[in-house]
Ligand binder design. Structure first.
Ligand SMILES: *[C@@H]1O[C@H](CO)[C@@H](O)[C@H](O)[C@H]1NC(C)=O
Length: 459
């Protein structure tokens, strides 16, 4: 395990020092003997094109975070009073391990409590002709037994925002991120679709990612989750910049966005005389004269004889002559004591003891019960199905991308493990902005981890 870490760490350092010519990777000499002492320098990332960014948060400035984020004071309905309150604790903290100097994150400190926190976007994201890119980091610093680390993009409504009342029923447009319970690992991408006929809202769940999530969720390292959703309804999901899921809103969600154009007529009934039997017993077949339904399957082997030396007068098992009644045996409670049975030693050298019975053999005359052979049913009509009628609820939405606008972002979670660290959230319409943001943050963390694992192994 440690060897693998070392190899990966070295590859990482090698590739990063090739890619970046002017940074700290040249500030020290890497040798087997010398443990690197210079840290990966970090400064909070900056947004160069604010007009293309709807939200960004690096959590490095606790005073700013407190201004922008709102802890929920809501109560969850329909559950027992002692856990109903959203009273899980959120803190702005440095990572417990491998932290960069000056880098902080939002940490869900508590376990087995509901916790919710949210923040308004700088301006709403309206689903029109620009892609939506959502990216953030999760570090399950204490692993995860059972709980989510997904975020919700809260829907814009006609009411003013009341983020202090954020709870599980607060309408959201998209839910995205990892979730684990026991052996069940998920990477959610759920969106809420508005039925164009009656306006009802239904959750649509994406197909599963191609990647196994076990190692990512269990390794306690930071991981970067990126969702790219395009106006042509296509989507891509990346973990640590690696594509793990892709498809379209129309083809890869359950239940499907668009209902079927035709449905089976619920009033249609199978006619009484509909014959669904593909084969029937041949009505013309007759039982042969000599067929005996009752002949037994096995008969006594008449040719068998009792082996020489068989001891008719000895029983195969006898009471153990050495057994003794236990001293605490209570005949009232336990019944009359009887010695246990053992194999009769007299039978050891004999072919058998007790009454000899001839063995059974298969009966050559056995035929079983006579049945007429099966033939194709001349009246067979195939499997009955109700007739199809036009679906009264049918609609065709060709642009499910045009979801309800988003005006806030939030975490609404329950976790059985503490210290989940979230960091570097960005919502933008330009993938290269998200990529640069990750290069300034996430990539540096991974460099630091690679470096720490190298020095760890050398030490
Ligand atoms: C809207 O239509 C769907 C079927 O397409 C149905 O399941 C749902 O109950 C309807 N909702 C309302 C509010 O009528």
């Amino acid at each position: 395990m440690k060897k693998i870490t070392l190899v990966f760490g070295l590859i990482f350092l090698l590739s990063s020092s090739i890619a970046e010519s002017d940074d700290a990777s040249e500030a020290y000499v890497e040798t087997e003997e010398e443990v690197p002492t210079v840290d990966i320098p970090y400064k909070s990332p900056e947004i160069l094109e604010p007009s293309r960014v709807y939200f960004s948060e690096h959590f490095d400035d606790p005073a700013e975070v407190e201004k922008r984020w709102v802890r929920s004071e809501a109560k969850k309905e329909g559950i027992s009073e002692d856990i109903a309150k959203y009273d899980g604790e959120w803190k702005i903290e440095s990572p417990l391990r491998d932290g960069l100097i000056g880098d902080k994150g939002l940490v869900l400190k508590t376990q087995a409590k509901h916790a919710a926190i949210s923040s308004p976007l700088k301006r709403p994201f309206v689903f029109q002709d620009k892609p939506l890119i959502v990216q953030y980091e999760v570090t399950l610093q204490d692993g995860q037994q059972c709980g989510g680390a997904y975020l919700k993009l809260l829907s814009k409504s006609s009411q003013p925002l009341h983020l202090e009342q954020f709870h599980d029923k607060t309408p959201y447009t998209i839910m995205f991120g990892p979730d684990k319970c026991g052996g069940d690992y998920k990477l959610h991408f759920i969106f809420n679709h508005r039925n164009p006929i009656n306006g009802s809202i239904q959750e649509k769940h994406s197909k599963k990612p191609s990647e196994r999530l076990e190692d990512l969720i269990n390794d306690k390292h930071p991981h970067l989750y990126t969702l790219v959703l395009n106006p042509d309804n296509s989507f891509e999901i990346f973990i640590d910049n690696k594509l793990v899921n892709s498809g379209t809103l129309l083809d890869d969600f359950m239940p499907a966005v668009n209902p079927p154009a035709e449905i089976e007529d619920p009033t249609d009934k199978k006619p009484e005389d509909w014959d669904e039997r593909e084969k029937i017993p041949d009505p013309a077949a007759v039982k042969p004269e000599d067929w005996d339904d009752d002949a037994p399957a096995q008969i006594i082997d008449e040719s068998a004889t009792k082996p020489d030396g068989w001891l008719d007068n000895e029983q195969p098992h006898i009471a153990d002559p050495n057994a003794q009644k236990p001293v605490d045996w209570d005949s009232e409670m336990d019944g009359e004591w009887e010695p246990p049975l053992i194999d009769n030693p007299a039978c050891e050298s004999a072919p058998g003891c007790g009454t000899w019975e001839p063995p059974l053999v298969n009966n050559p005359a056995f035929k079983g019960k006579w049945r007429a052979p099966l033939i194709d049913n001349p009246n067979y009509k195939g499997k009955w199905r109700p007739k199809l009628i036009p679906n009264p609820d049918y609609f065709e939405d060709k642009t499910p991308f045009k979801m309800t606008s988003v005006e806030a972002i939030g975490f609404e979670l329950w976790s059985m493990s503490k210290d989940i660290l979230f960091d570097n959230i960005i919502i933008t319409e330009e993938i290269t902005i998200a990529q640069q943001w990750a290069a300034d943050t996430f990539q540096k963390k991974r460099q630091k981890i690679a470096k720490d694992s190298v020095s760890h192994v050398i030490n």
